[in-house]
Design a protein around this ligand. Structure first.
Ligand code: ADP
Ligand code: MG
Length: 411
């Protein structure tokens, strides 16, 4: 009995090893397919090697992978498992094919109902709730099984105890492992992003610093030249064009410069109110120019240490993007700063053109811009600044409806 138990443990743990060793670094879009295939194989193996109790009963752990996929993936992902389960059960034949089909259908209908709520839970609560689902599933199974007996013997209760504890405890072990895996993957991604932003920020700070001086000098001399009397009108036009382009270059550089390391004289410990108010007032004329209505709410009392200039630049970039997304159509830009559980929440919403999923995923990559005059540096600066205060950004957007940026800054 111990042998079959260990065999089942192995069957369940090998797919995780395979995933970690071979597939973890593949693009995320593949993960779900690998997850489904591995779970299906695991389930089939669980059915093929059931646990035989000395008292003569047998039971298997097929519902462990099944429930895991149902909880994490919902109906769509568990559907292949449901089909595979029943085809394989039909192929094995013997007694109870119909019962197995009915039972799996009930589980197939009920468990994925919890998918949305399950994914909404935090890691700890998921670790608690999955074994509960597993316990209830096995409980239901045993209840149905008990109806086939005239009297419930001692052996049946033994089976029940054994099946319930095995099923629940194994589920607990595997859900802990899976959550650990997810957690590790997320941490690594966050770390990589933060490294990348640090490199960008350091490089751009030094480059832009070096470029600024020559730009100022050139622009100064060109302005002098423009005043000269012995140049023609055409030449004047050329100089004006050059000045315009220099201005643009300077604008880009000043966007870049704000990436620079936080400067000690700019560091403040405050609740953001001054910065949010100041930047909002700064942007008001720009909003009016584009027929955009600005709504503002501030209710944060938590304090945080941050670089004042950087936060201001970051907020301006976000407001500007919001307003620009409503160019020529008007709308509302709403700015809402609040607090929740030791976090400062900054929510900036617009009713503009919105973005597709693909555009959202490209946000913050240098030079991603859909605007003619755009630089794509604005969001890069936003991500870099938020990263520096250890915050996160959640973007929600619907094409044609508008976008919302939620910045969560822990204190
Ligand atoms: P830029 O504003 O110079 O184009 P950003 O980095 O600020 O560069 O923004 C990059 C791109 O992200 C924009 O060109 C736009 O396509 C998209 N974007 C950013 N914010 C919004 C928003 N609020 N609504 C719609 N699209 C947005
Ligand atoms: Mg921008």
């Amino acid at each position: 009995m111990l042998e079959t138990f260990l065999l089942n443990f192995l069957i369940l743990i090998i797919p995780m090893l395979i995933f970690l060793l071979f597939f973890e670094n593949r693009p995320h879009s593949y993960h779900k397919y690998i997850f489904i295939v591995l779970s299906t194989v695991t389930m089939i193996l669980c059915i093929s090697f059931p646990i035989r109790l000395e008292i003569g009963f047998i039971f298997d752990l097929r519902y462990i992978p099944f429930i895991i996929v149902a909880l994490y993936g919902g109906y769509k992902k568990v559907y292949p498992l449901y089909i595979a389960l029943n085809i394989y059960r039909l192929y094995i034949g013997g007694d109870g094919v119909l019962e197995s089909f009915l039972f799996s259908t009930v589980i197939f209908i009920l468990v994925p109902l919890l998918n949305k709520q399950f994914l909404g839970l935090d890691s700890k609560k998921r670790i608690i709730s999955a074994p509960i689902v597993s316990f209830l599933t096995m409980g239901l199974y045993l209840m149905i099984l008990s109806m086939y007996f005239e009297t419930l013997t001692k052996e049946f209760w033994e089976l029940a105890c054994y099946a319930l504890t095995t099923h629940t405890s194994l589920m607990l072990i595997f859900i802990v492992l899976i959550e650990r895996m997810i957690n590790n993957m997320e941490n690594r991604e966050r770390f990589l992003l933060s490294e990348k932003l640090n490199v960008v920020s350091e490089l751009s700070a030094s480059v832009s610093h070096e470029i600024r001086n020559p730009l100022t000098v050139t622009s100064g001399f060109l302005q002098l030249l423009l005043k000269s009397k012995n140049i023609t009108q055409v030449e004047k036009g050329y100089i004006e064009l050059s000045l315009q382009e220099l201005n643009r270059a300077e604008k880009i550089v000043s966007d870049y410069l704000s990436f620079a390391k936080p400067q000690s004289e700019n560091m403040v410990h405050s609740n953001l109110e001054t910065e949010v108010e100041y930047t909002k007032n700064l942007i008001l004329p720009y909003a009016t120019m584009h027929q955009v209505d600005v709504q503002y709410r501030f209710s944060n009392t938590l304090n945080k240490r941050y670089d004042r200039n950087q936060i201001q630049q970051c907020l301006i970039n976000l407001y500007k993007n919001g307003i620009e997304s409503m160019k020529g159509r008007g709308g509302t830009l709403s700015i809402d700063v609040s607090e929740s559980k030791k976090n400062i929440l900054i929510k900036i919403q617009d009713t503009g053109v919105g973005m597709t999923k693909e555009e959202i995923s490209r946000l913050g990559k240098p030079y991603f811009s859909t605007k003619e005059e755009g630089t794509g540096l604005g969001m890069l600066m936003v991500f870099s600044t938020v990263n520096k205060v250890k915050g996160t950004i959640d973007v929600e957007s619907k094409k044609g409806k508008g976008s919302s940026f939620l910045i969560t800054i822990p204190t």
